[in-house]
Design a protein around this ligand. Structure first.
Ligand SMILES: [Zn+2]
Length: 175
C-alpha cells in the first residue's frame, strides 16, 4: 500500500494537506489508506496487525519469501513482472491467461499435481484467494453474515496458509 501511495505521488497531484501539524496530517493519510483498503485490496480486509505476525513468525525465510510475494503482488509471476517491464507479457506459459496469484494457485494446469494437497484442505473455500493467503475476506454468506465471522476473534487458518506455502515451494515458480 505504501508502495502504491509513493507511486501515485510521482504521477498524479496529491490531495492537498491544508493542516500543518503532523498528527492531523497523518490522520488524513490513514483515512486515505483505509479507503483504498476497502476499495482495492482484495486479499486482506484486516489491517496489518497481530495476524500478520502470526502468518510470518513461524515461517522459515524461504517460506516467508513466497507468502510475501503472493500477498503483496510483488512476485515472480508474469503478471507482476510485466508491471515493471521485466517480462513482455503478463501471460502464463500454459496459455493466453494472465499469470496472477489466483491463476497460479487455483487454475494453472502446469501445477495440477503439486496442487492436490491444497485441494484437500480447501473444502468449500476453494478459489477464495484471501483465505489461502491468510487474509480476512469480506465475503458474506447467503444469509448476509461474514464468511469469516465477526472481525474481532478472527484468525487466519494457518493450516491452509501453510499448504499454500508448501504448494508454492513445490512448484519452484517463486524462487
Ligand atoms: Zn498457467
Amino acid at each position: 500500500m505504501a508502495h502504491d501511495l509513493a507511486q501515485d505521488a510521482t504521477t498524479k497531484p496529491l490531495p492537498r494537506i491544508r493542516i500543518t501539524t503532523l498528527a492531523p496530517a497523518l490522520k488524513q493519510v490513514k483515512n486515505e489508506i483505509e479507503l483504498r483498503q476497502k476499495g482495492k485490496y482484495e486479499i486482506d480486509s484486516a489491517l496489518p496487525g497481530k495476524h500478520t505476525r502470526l502468518l510470518y513468525d513461524k515461517c522459515t525465510y524461504r517460506e516467508a519469501k513466497v507468502l510475501c510475494q503472493l500477498r503483496t503482488k510483488h512476485s515472480r509471476l508474469n503478471n507482476d513482472l510485466a508491471r515493471t517491464k521485466a517480462v513482455e507479457s503478463t501471460d502464463c506459459e500454459c496459455g493466453p491467461k494472465r499469470e496472477t496469484a489466483r491463476h497460479f494457485l487455483f487454475e494453472c494446469t502446469r501445477w495440477t499435481e503439486q496442487r492436490k494437497p491444497l485441494v484437500e484442505v480447501a473444502e468449500d473455500r476453494w478459489g477464495d484467494l484471501s483465505f489461502f493467503l491468510g487474509g480476512r475476506t469480506e465475503r458474506k454468506t447467503a444469509k448476509g453474515e461474514y464468511l469469516d465471522g465477526p472481525s474481532k476473534p478472527w484468525k487466519p487458518d494457518m493450516e491452509v496458509v501453510n499448504q499454500t506455502i508448501q504448494f508454492a515451494l513445490a512448484t519452484g515458480r517463486l524462487e
